[in-house]
Unconditional design. Structure first.
Length: 116
C-alpha cells in the first residue's frame, strides 16, 4: 500500500481481498491498539479503494468519525479490517469498518475521508 506514514503509525500492511465496495486489509500494531489506532488503521485501509482507480493516488484526509464502538477487548497486535464504501459524493467518501480476528468482531464504526 502506498501510504505517506512511517512506523510506528503505519498500521495497514497488505490488501487481502478487494472489490468495488469492500476491502479486507491486514493491519499490525506495535502494541494492543486503542480505538483511535483502529480508526487510523481504517482510514489507511481506505487507500485500497483509491489505488485501484489511480496509478498515483492522492492523499486523503480523515474528516469525521461516528458510531465507533469496541465490542471485545483488544488483546492482539494483528487484526484484519474490513472496510465498506457506503457513499461517494465528489471528492468525499463515507466508509464503514469492522475489526476482525478469526471471524470475531472486535470493533466497528463509520468514517469519512476527503480527497483534496
Amino acid at each position: 500500500m502506498n501510504l505517506p506514514h512511517l512506523a510506528p503509525i503505519l498500521f495497514a500492511k497488505e490488501v487481502l481481498e478487494s472489490n468495488e465496495k469492500e476491502v479486507l486489509v491486514q493491519c499490525f500494531f506495535p502494541y494492543f491498539p486503542s480505538l483511535a489506532m483502529l480508526c487510523e488503521a481504517a482510514a489507511q485501509s481506505s487507500v485500497a479503494f483509491i489505488e485501484k482507480k489511480q496509478e498515483d493516488p492522492q492523499i486523503g484526509y480523515l474528516v469525521s468519525l461516528k458510531d465507533i464502538s469496541q465490542i471485545k477487548e483488544l488483546k492482539e497486535c494483528e487484526y484484519n479490517l474490513r472496510v465498506r464504501k457506503n457513499a461517494e459524493i465528489g471528492n468525499m467518501c463515507e466508509y464503514e469498518f469492522e475489526v476482525l480476528l478469526a471471524n470475531t468482531l472486535y470493533s466497528k464504526g463509520t468514517f469519512t475521508v476527503v480527497l483534496p
